[in-house]
Design a protein around this ligand. Structure first.
Ligand SMILES: [Zn+2]
Length: 306
């Protein structure tokens, strides 16, 4: 099994205990509880000497953060310590809280995660993704009434008694695929990429569509290339902001590239030889913490055959 970055954490999510509110309240008062702070989609991280999570651990700081938070959620238990996420986004200045020294310590996880301990990165990604979902579901999608938090932060329920719908944290499935054909693979340069980064094509799965169908449709839409076989590789939590990337290799059965999609600036077939020389030039491949790079590396190693 291939385990991608942001996955493979050893945290026990303690899901059976989430409905036990007394358990959650007791756990918040445990002296070893670690609070994972999220502020406006950023995580609390120190960068010196290397990127690492900052937990709030002092009981007074924990209590203060929990009472100031818009949302509090139980992440689980690891190394004997409960981990609790708090969303502090409603504070204009999070440094009013004990244990938070500088607003600049709230950092975009993607900016620093490649140099982080994988276990910590997985935990921060979990907290970030869960809090993003909460922030987008403050009101009921069925009737528009406010929602409130239940199940230790893993459910939001509509406060309208005639509705009372439960909303569960969602993750949007996206397919990402390396299209290969003999000794070549297809990479595209997204309009949003800040430099000449060439990566695997990707897109969201639509309702009423299988993953394989999404792969075939996206490649045709984005690059005009027809796909035959589709083979699953691995998946990666991608809370940027709320996805899971489902990685595939796909067999290209046509050659001509036609870009009609607004998302791509360019797409090209690259040989193995070209790819081995691409990094460090003016073009770049994705970083190794991204599943796109793992798809490329697996193909370069010869792990993929159609
Ligand atoms: Zn409702």
């Amino acid at each position: 099994m291939h385990v991608n970055f942001y996955a493979g954490g050893t945290l026990d999510r303690t899901a059976p205990l989430r409905r036990d509110d007394a358990h959650f309240q007791a756990l918040l008062a445990e002296p070893v509880t670690r609070v994972v702070a999220v502020w406006r989609d950023r995580n609390l991280i120190r960068t010196d000497p290397e990127p690492a999570a900052i937990w709030l651990t002092e009981p007074a700081a924990v209590a203060e953060a929990v009472s100031a938070a818009r949302t509090v959620a139980l992440l689980g238990r690891g190394d004997g310590c409960p981990y609790v996420a708090v969303d502090l986004s409603e504070l204009d200045d999070p440094t009013v809280l004990a244990g938070i020294d500088r607003a600049e310590d709230f950092i975009g996880l993607r900016d620093v995660s490649a140099a982080m301990n994988r276990e910590e990165a997985a935990l921060l990604a979990y907290a970030k993704g869960l809090m993003f979902w909460h922030g987008r579901h403050l009101f009921c999608g069925a009737c528009g009434a406010p929602t409130h938090v239940e199940a230790s932060g893993h459910v939001r329920r509509c406060t309208n008694p005639d509705c009372a719908v439960q909303h569960f944290p969602r993750t949007d499935p996206a397919v990402i695929m390396l299209v290969v054909q003999g000794d070549r693979c297809l990479l595209g340069r997204n309009r949003r990429f800040p430099f000449k980064l060439y990566s695997a094509l990707a897109g969201f799965v639509e309702p009423g569509e299988s993953l394989e169908e999404a792969v075939i449709r996206e490649v045709l839409e984005e690059a005009g290339v027809h796909v035959g076989g589709v083979r699953y590789h691995s998946s990666q939590p991608w809370p940027f902001p709320g996805s899971i990337m489902l990685g595939f290799h796909a067999e290209g059965i046509s050659e001509e590239i036609v870009i009609e999609d607004d998302e791509l600036l360019d797409a090209q077939w690259f040989t193995r030889d070209q790819l081995s020389r691409i990094d460090g030039q003016d073009m770049r491949l994705p970083r190794s913490d991204a599943i796109a790079r793992q798809l490329v590396d697996a193909w370069l190693r010869g792990d993929v055959a159609f």
